[in-house]
Design a protein around this ligand. Sequence first.
Ligand SMILES: [Zn+2]
Length: 368
Amino acid sequence: MELTLQQISDMPDDSYIYVDVRSEIAYQHGHIANAVYWNGIDNITFPENKRIIVYCTYGENSIPLVGKLKKRGFGAYNLSGGYREWLIHNSEELSDEEVNRYNRQIILPQVGSDGQRKLNNAKVLIIGAGGLGSPAALYLAGAGIGTIGIMDADTVSISNLQRQIIHNTENADQNKAESAKLALQKLNNKITVKAYSYFLTAENAEEIISKYDFIIDAADNFETKFLINDVCVLLKKPFCHAGIMRFEGQVMTYVPEEYPCYRCIFEEIPERGTIPNCSQAGIIGAVAGIIGSIQALEAIKYILGIGELLIGKMFIIDGLSMKTRIAEFAVKNKNCKVCGETPLIKTLSKTPSIQYELRESKKMSLYS
Ligand SMILES: [Zn+2]
């Protein structure tokens, strides 16, 4: 038995309760007002004589529970269209200022005002406020991503400014996450920006990443890239990886769970010194701009649910010849240590064989 939001709005407020069957994290990020989080039939006491309206994200996964509750004698109903439908009807309308600010994307049929609301409600974490993080953060702030987290422990140096365009000469010696936050808030004061002025570590990664909907790997070292991958796979978070060097760049996106992850392709953190870093090999700032912009585009497409993502695919560009190609990785690596058939990495803290040597990370940064 299904109820639409319209039917529910005609019912007296005290005649029903909502039960949320999505994940605990999804519930924490937002739920219908006064909804009860579902953690098992024996753990919830339902008030007598009230209808129980069960909802999931899209209105389908909640149907089996409705059947179960009915068998137990409860007056249970399924919310048609689920939480998404509720969100669309209950988000505040866009203000005139928002419509004006985001007009050029709202007029796109793939975006519209619903899409803009999705962007406004989205939370994106950018790990690294350097060559890749700069353009990614600027475009995401411009697009109205409601909450942007930006993370970097480094300070701005004059030699960064050739490519790290979110910073400026006046911000030399300032923490990069803080400097980026100032720039983003100047660009768009309608969004919330959270600066994390420290590095991602195995200790803090789960707590921070779990708060966001999409992660941008704009890190400049392999240890952080593998750490982002492993945490995102474990937490089932989508992320976009990128790397740049000289005139070349590469991008791929991971979406849980059926597609290959970064570790499926690259397997292990490379040995120190085997791959030159940007300060040794050099980098053209505009290449960082192209690749970081693609990362922002991937995040936007993911949030809007439009287009094709670079999942199972690596986009590669040689900016010197302007040749581009897409390398396909159609299936997961069954030996992958984090998402393979017998994963060794099950939690970050209890896996001594996996070490993310972040303190030394700057010594072998590839992409800066
Ligand atoms: Zn994998």
